[in-house]
Design a protein around this ligand. Structure first.
Ligand SMILES: [Zn+2]
Length: 482
């Protein structure tokens, strides 16, 4: 829990003025998490937040299983001798790991899983014998643990990384592994669309990839404060890990060969990006495809017509619940106004208001969460009309996210103009020759900024490296990152 954290009672922080305060308020008030749990970097998922997270998980389960990934579960405890098989990996993770000893007298023989590799790959070695065992495509959704020493931010930088989804694959050839990486990207793209989010996709700088890996594509979210947040990656591991963990197969030609591997993963950062991109000063705005409640019915009545309105509202609820995720808010002790407030805070896409006049007119009033538009809908075509409204809202939110990302990018051609990037809330697009010294020069222009990746496609026309002037077609992205 941040030291200056006060339990909020109402959402009063403004998103564009104080994003961080707004973010902390909304996480609690919208029932996403409670961060008062007394372990640094850990929090409690509350019911509503967990429901949204699980609706994201359902999409990745469907996508990855359809494409041949098998869901498994590997133990949380990882023996040190598994980790040590990849000495480079171990050198990097040793100090970030939670060490566990068995009992008060025991020695520290285990760590808590910081990533899946050291638990999975020794088992892959046992399972793979021949080319007929390939491809092997496995995934798990678990918690991972890192001993973060830096300032933690709930759901962005945690010590327990919850609902972490990671996939690992083994293939007979490099070509097959390359193809798998493209397939993974296509699946992530679909998931991002369901979240109504637009990614900035980049190649990760070589020196930040896993040692010995071929390369990695990283997904980034542009946040409302102008910072870039890493939000998933697809890693082409080549044969580096196969050699460390001795994962071999007998090929058709009778020869023993190392497998080619990929891995990819992401988790709650998708939810964070969704909250940050679409939320407003009244609360969350959830994309209809993932909202746990798509429609909330709020009856508006006086004592004299209570029964008529409620009966009509229940009829509407029954009629719609076969096709949509509907909730009828019939709490007797709450005013319609306070109900509006609650459901706006929780980002329910459409509110259906029903008053005595609507009963007579055989209609409901639909209020759209993102635009505030009020639209009367006749019962006759209600399901069709609501489907239309939800679909167009999903599209509108995606379009909004796309425009936001595109407008956040600024072409910069002189080093000095990288100054003030953070204040301008912009991401700079620059030409970069690929040289480490030039990378350092870019980083030195403003505290906190870095070139976090390069465009997946080289520029059609070459330009001059922003730092040294050398001709190049590589485009880099520079920002303050989370
Ligand atoms: Zn250069």
């Amino acid at each position: 829990m941040p030291e200056d954290f006060e339990l909020p009672k109402v959402l009063n922080a403004k998103k564009d003025k104080n994003f961080s305060k707004w973010f902390h308020q909304i996480l609690y008030l919208a029932n996403i998490i409670d961060q008062r749990y007394d372990v640094k970097g850990c929090f409690v998922w509350l019911d509503y937040g967990y429901k949204i997270m699980l609706s994201i998980k359902r999409v990745w389960d469907r996508l990855f299983q359809k494409n041949g990934y098998r869901e498994m579960y590997f133990p949380l405890l990882v023996p040190i001798h598994y980790c040590a098989q990849n000495d480079k990996w171990w050198a990097g993770f040793k100090n970030e790991a939670f060490w566990v000893k068995g009992g008060p007298e025991g020695k520290e023989n285990y760590i808590l899983r910081p990533t899946g590799e050291p638990a999975m790959y020794p088992m892959f070695k046992l399972w793979i014998r021949s080319y007929t065992d390939l491809p092997l495509k496995v995934y798990e959704t678990v918690s991972s643990f890192r001993y973060e020493t830096k300032h933690t931010i709930p759901l962005i930088r945690d010590r327990e990384i919850t609902v972490w989804h990671e996939m690992h694959t083994c293939h007979a050839t490099k070509e097959e592994a390359d193809r798998e990486l493209k397939l993974q990207m296509a699946m992530w793209d679909k998931l991002w669309k369901e979240c109504a989010l637009w990614p900035l996709k980049v190649w990760k700088p070589k020196w930040e990839c896993f040692p010995g890996a071929v390369g990695a594509v990283e997904y980034y979210s542009v946040m409302p404060d102008g910072r870039a947040m890493e939000n998933g990656s697809c890693n082409n591991l080549g044969q580096a890990y196969a050699k460390k963990f001795d994962i071999k197969f007998r090929d058709r030609d009778g020869k023993e060969k190392y497998v080619w591997m990929t891995c990819t993963g992401n988790g709650a950062r998708l939810l964070i990006a969704m909250i940050a991109m679409h939320g407003d000063n009244r609360g969350l705005v959830l994309p209809p495809n993932l909202a746990p409640i798509q429609l909330v019915i709020v009856p508006i009545y006086y004592k004299t017509n209570k029964n008529v309105v409620l009966t009509f509202a229940r009829k509407i609820e029954k009629m719609l619940s076969r096709k949509f995720r509907v909730h009828l808010d019939d709490r007797p002790d709450k005013t319609p106004g306070s109900k509006f407030y609650d459901w706006e805070l929780r980002g329910v896409p459409i509110r259906l208001e029903i008053g005595p006049r609507d009963v007579k007119e055989k209609q409901v009033i639909a209020v759209l969460r993102d635009t505030g538009d009020k639209i009367p809908l006749k019962l006759k075509n209600l399901k069709r009309d609501i489907t239309g409204l939800l679909n167009s809202m999903q599209k509108r939110l995606l379009e909004k996210a796309k425009t936001f990302v595109q407008n956040s990018i600024e072409d910069v051609y002189e080093l000095a103009k990288l100054k003030g990037l953070v204040q301008r809330k912009k991401i700079a697009r620059v030409f970069w020759c690929g040289d480490g010294q030039c990378w350092d020069k870019i980083k030195a222009q403003e505290p906190g900024i870095e070139l976090f990746g390069t465009d997946l496609k080289p520029a059609k026309k070459a330009g001059q490296c922003i730092a040294c002037g050398k001709k190049t077609r590589t485009i880099g992205y520079v920002a303050n990152t989370y």
